[in-house]
Design a protein around this ligand. Structure first.
Ligand SMILES: CC(C)(COP(=O)(O)OP(=O)(O)OC[C@H]1O[C@@H](n2cnc3c(N)ncnc32)[C@H](O)[C@@H]1OP(=O)(O)O)[C@@H](O)C(=O)NCCC(=O)NCCS
Length: 159
């Protein structure tokens, strides 16, 4: 496999049906529980209240994904899931996906983006903090294995 150059230009676009295999493979390789199924991804691809983003290098090579949910009646968007391929981590893919999620939320007139993260996920927590997310609370026993979640938020207005 060709290594991902540290300077690879990361592009982020909306996911298409042809991304389903990559999306499901990354989901299964990344998460032990609370996984999105193929059927759920397929529904989210077609849904007005969800946005599935794909990060790629040179237009083609799949590097990662993020899923954003929007709900009627609230201007708070939710970053439901984010993952980059293990060999592509630490090269800005996650940051690019989060910035694209924020742009999409702004375009839908959302004033904040929120997310939950496992309390033991140090890499993700550091990344969110670096990008301006602040902790707004905690849900005990949030994940299927009983782990608590930290809740983070970034205000999108004026940023
Ligand atoms: C969290 C995650 C999406 C970040 O993606 P990424 O592509 O590594 O993101 P970036 O490269 O933009 O930033 C990662 C940070 O970790 C650092 N890092 C360096 N090498 C790394 C590596 N091998 N793996 C992970 N992070 C690394 C980066 O320098 C950066 O640090 P900084 O925030 O202090 O600058 C990715 O680690 C991942 O997919 N993890 C598994 C799934 C997950 O935990 N998702 C979040 C909860 S839903």
């Amino acid at each position: 496999m060709t290594p991902t150059p540290a300077t690879a230009a990361v592009r982020v676009r909306r996911a298409e049906l042809s991304d389903l295999d990559d999306l499901v493979a990354l989901e299964d390789a990344t998460f032990d529980s609370d996984r999105l199924s193929r059927a759920q991804y397929r529904r989210h691809l077609d849904s007005d209240s969800a946005l599935v983003l794909v990060a790629s290098a040179n237009h083609r090579r799949f590097l990662g994904t993020a899923v954003v949910f929007f709900r009627k009646g609230t201007q708070v968007a939710r970053l439901y899931s984010i993952a980059s391929k293990p060999e592509a981590r630490g090269k800005g893919v996650g940051s690019a996906l989060i910035e694209a999620a924020e742009d999409a939320a702004r375009a839908r007139h959302c004033h904040a983006l929120r997310l939950e993260v496992r309390t033991d996920n140090d890499n993700a927590i550091r990344l969110y903090q670096r990008l301006g997310y602040r902790e707004i609370g905690r849900y005990e026993r949030y994940y299927q294995d009983g782990m608590a979640a930290l809740r983070f938020e970034r205000m999108l207005v004026g940023t």
